[in-house]
Design a protein around this ligand. Structure first.
Ligand code: FES
Length: 151
């Protein structure tokens, strides 16, 4: 009987730095988890590849800064996800204010993020070891595939 391999979290080699920079957005499957690696303004980020809202693929999401945070915009319903923390953010007004002014609000961490490192021109991703449930977990694995197909 073949022994089942235990997940290690990595770090996993994901590509050469030059190629990752040129690609800007790279999709990788690491230990069965689909991860998006983004290069933007001299920094690498790694996040779960499917949006926490309804499983939309983030691969072609635009990157923009909102409220001082670099975010990816999900192409499906335009949710904004901060690349560094995985926070979901939105802009709204508080109707209780006398003169409502639109402000940014955080929904907290919704997207699982992973750690990117570089060594001698090679890029590595270490998967998050946070054991708590993060909403983007829902769209990973076999069950996630079914849910993404429905979305
Ligand atoms: Fe991403 Fe709805 S699936 S915003």
């Amino acid at each position: 009987m073949e022994e089942e391999k235990q997940p290690t979290g990595g770090p996993h080699f994901v590509g050469k730095k030059d190629e990752m920079i040129e690609a800007k957005h790279s999709f990788r499957t690491l230990e069965g988890r689909d991860v998006l690696i983004v290069y933007h303004q001299s920094a690498f980020y790694a996040i779960d590849s499917y949006c926490y809202h309804a499983g939309g693929t983030l691969l072609n999401g635009d990157i923009e800064e909102f409220d001082g945070k670099m975010c990816i915009i999900c192409p499906n319903h335009k949710y904004k996800i901060c690349l560094a923390q995985g926070e979901g953010i939105y802009k709204a007004t508080d109707p209780r204010e006398k003169t409502p002014v639109p402000r940014w609000y955080s929904k907290g961490v919704k997207q699982r993020i992973h750690t990117v490192t570089e060594t001698n021109g090679d890029v590595y991703v270490k998967l998050s070891e946070d054991r708590g449930f993060i909403e983007s977990d829902f769209y990973q694995g076999e069950k996630g595939k079914v849910e993404r197909a429905k979305a």
